[in-house]
Ligand binder design. Sequence first.
Ligand SMILES: [Zn+2]
Ligand SMILES: [Zn+2]
Ligand SMILES: [Zn+2]
Ligand SMILES: [Zn+2]
Ligand SMILES: [Zn+2]
Length: 197
Amino acid sequence: MAAEPTPSSVLSASPSSEPTSCASCAKPMSGKFVRALGTIFHLDCFTCPDCDVVVADKFFAVDGPDGPGRQIPLCERDYFQRLNLLCANPTCGMPVRTSYISACNKNYHINHFTCSLCPTLFGPNDSYYEHEGEVYCRAHYVEHCATRCAECGDAIMAQYIEVNRNENSDEFWHPECWTNRRNLNNQAPIAPMRPRL
Ligand SMILES: [Zn+2]
Ligand SMILES: [Zn+2]
Ligand SMILES: [Zn+2]
Ligand SMILES: [Zn+2]
Ligand SMILES: [Zn+2]
């Protein structure tokens, strides 16, 4: 969204002793222009390359694709987007600036770190569950993601026993289900217990 440019950054007449062509389109200056990044641009040419919005009122200078010598302006949103500093909460998407929570290579406002499927908010000491890059509350993790025990069919939330009966089918068991079955059959375990999560 383009806000109205402020008078301090936009003049309405061409300067006399400065570049006479736009640093972006190289056409002669006329009408409103922006003096920025050590040169001048048509107002309409001074756009964020990621979203094509005119950013004269507020921008962040970053090195352009041609290297450090040629800077380009980014809008606030795309500046933080490039830094991966937009809140990953689907209802927010605003820049995170000071303290934030990082999980699954995403960042969240402290008060926006929620399950990706419901508004359950996680505090600093709460446990959450990760699955394929998404964050879930316990209930949604169980519903959508959890590995099921081959014996009882319930979700496996902590430790499990992995059983490789043949190359094509791994089975996962609750340790207690495995122990019960072993005691029933009087068999030794055929796989080590591995911690999970
Ligand atoms: Zn131009
Ligand atoms: Zn942008
Ligand atoms: Zn947020
Ligand atoms: Zn949830
Ligand atoms: Zn079980």
